[in-house]
Design a protein around this ligand. Structure first.
Ligand code: CA
Length: 539
């Protein structure tokens, strides 16, 4: 079992938390009468295609599906900027990157700004953050009575974590043994079990590293899917024709971008001796057979896809099991009735569509993210919603249910009426997107755009290659064509242009990009070797 320091330190933690509730919190508000607990389960790079409630094609996820069966599944939840750190900053602040200052991985989050955990803490919630943070280690996460966070990306096994056990910003590094998805849930359950002041509602953010690259499954799942062939997506051998050249000029293809570590063809880091022995006993013979086969061309690409997708799905298996553990605990401790449970990912992900892995694009696989919400007596069981909602709506939503006023400048809106099946007449009918991380990993050029649920107008705006992409999801659901400047779409194009400019004005999007989106000491070197040497990414 992982080392869990909560038990021996429970008393000082609780004492400090009680003291904080009265005077030390940065934001203080009078509470609402009915105040549910909030459990926010956040995974990293979990594609909606790999949740059976969204799509049964790849995997069965019975525990995550419970939230759909007992609550609401959102079909059109969008991210503002489809990359880890920026999306996390958008969740915390309820604002777009240009307003919260976090444009791209490598930026450092400004913790002095308003965030919903601080607001809920000020409204008397007991607040905890456990797992992935990924907004910089320059300061402790703000607004939490307790936090225990992975350092940077964090490893899949035996994670060192930074513990701030009473929310005073003093952190110590603690090592844990075990599979990180399990460790994060163990710590989560320990925190729930050791809470002493049950009169206060809680906000618990439990944030997984999985299923982020390099997709290392738990040892108990290494044999899953091995005897099946996962079907390739229809667009797996995309030639990127008929679309902006920016789509062609990326570096995120399963065929040519994946490295041996992604494919488990080299010794994997962070395992202890016992884990390594079990790991190698499984992957060693598989890798020998692969080398023996001496695959080339499309056969090699197909093999890479199978290795990738199976490891990815095995990681999902670990996440789903741990969601089940948490839901079971809420049931057994009689807290399910008064607890909102949210499952969400920081963005979607490509699982071989267009031959890709990774995210970043304003295309459906990465632009849409899973969002499932169970709120007993508010969400009708088994409901699906197709309104245009976003991760930036979460901050306003959590403030609404807790009685803490949201910052007046948040861009998102409370989902409470939507969750209760009474979407306001003036709910948004378009959604703005903006990706900034270029130059950077995977060579995806900066772009912004607008979606209305059917059409998307996307602008790649690098000075050397300014291009437009008009998408019609009804005529072309896989986004393989460009309807821009097609005479039949002239009216749609003009309408989308106008709406896009109006939305940029409404959101005060700077033009051109502010200098903060080009951080000094840009960590993205020109070659993969340099990037790995600098220790960024992969792990
Ligand atoms: Ca992510």
């Amino acid at each position: 079992m992982p080392k869990t320091p909560m038990g021996r330190r429970a008393l000082p933690v609780i004492g400090a938390a009680v003291a904080l509730s009265g005077c030390a919190a940065k934001y203080h508000y009078e509470p609402k009468a009915e105040r549910p607990n909030i459990v926010f389960i956040f995974s990293d790079d979990h594609a909606w295609q790999a949740i059976s409630a969204y799509s049964p094609r790849l995997i069965d996820t019975p525990n995550i599906d419970r939230l759909a069966n007992e609550g609401t599944l959102f079909r059109n939840c969008y991210v503002t900027n489809s990359i880890c750190g920026p999306s996390r900053a958008a969740v915390l602040t309820g604002k777009y990157s240009h307003a919260n200052g976090f444009y791209r991985n490598g930026n450092l989050f400004d913790g002095s700004q308003w965030t919903f955990p601080q607001a809920l803490q000020g409204a008397g919630y007991e607040t905890a953050l456990i797992g992935k943070w990924h907004l910089g280690e320059h300061m402790a996460p703000q607004g939490f009575d307790y936090s225990c966070t992975l350092i940077r990306q964090g490893p899949y096994y035996n994670p060192p974590m930074l513990l701030d056990e009473n929310g005073d910003g003093k952190r110590e590094e603690i090592s844990h043994t075990g599979y990180t998805t399990d460790v994060i849930t163990d710590l989560t359950l320990d925190w729930l079990e050791n809470r002493e002041d049950r009169s206060r509602p809680f906000l618990l953010m439990t944030q997984h590293k999985a299923p982020h690259r390099p997709w290392m499954p738990a040892l108990r799942h290494l044999d899953e899917f091995e005897d099946v062939t996962i079907p390739e997506p229809e667009t797996f051998f995309d030639d990127y024709g008929g679309r902006p050249r920016s789509v062609l000029l990326q570096d995120m293809a399963i065929e040519y971008t994946m490295v041996d570590r992604d494919l488990k063809l080299e010794e994997m880091p962070h395992l202890n001796d016992e884990q390594r022995e079990q790991w190698n006993a499984v992957y060693g013979p598989r890798n020998d057979a692969f080398r023996e086969a001496n695959l080339e061309g499309d056969d090699l690409t197909r093999w890479k896809y199978q290795r990738y997708i199976k490891d990815y799905l095995r990681c999902i298996r670990g996440v789903d099991e741990n969601v089940g553990r948490l839901l079971d605990y809420l049931d057994e401790s009689s807290q399910a009735e008064n607890t909102i449970v949210i499952y969400c990912s920081d963005q979607g992900f490509f699982l071989g569509e267009h031959g890709w892995f990774d995210k970043r694009w304003m295309y459906e696989e990465s632009f849409r993210t899973p969002l499932l919400v169970r709120w007993p007596n508010h969400t009708a069981p088994g409901t699906e919603n197709e309104d245009l909602v976003s991760v930036i709506d979460l901050a306003a939503t959590f403030c609404d249910v807790s009685g803490a006023p949201a910052d007046p400048d948040v861009h998102g809106r409370s989902l409470v009426p939507v969750l209760e099946g009474r979407t306001p007449e003036d709910w948004r009918d378009v959604f703005y997107y903006h990706y900034y991380e270029y130059p950077g990993w995977h060579g995806v050029r900066k772009h912004y755009g607008l979606a209305d649920g059917r059409y998307k107008l996307i602008h790649f705006y690098e000075l050397d290659m300014r291009e437009w992409h008009l998408v019609d999801l009804v005529a072309d659901p896989h986004e393989l064509r460009n309807f821009y400047d097609d005479p039949e779409y002239a009216e749609v194009q003009a309408r989308m242009h106008e709406a896009l400019e109006e939305e940029r004005r409404r959101l005060n999007v700077p033009d051109p990009d502010p200098p903060e989106s080009y951080p000094p000491g840009d960590p993205f070197g020109p070659t993969k070797v340099e990037k790995v040497k600098k220790g960024f990414f992969l792990f």
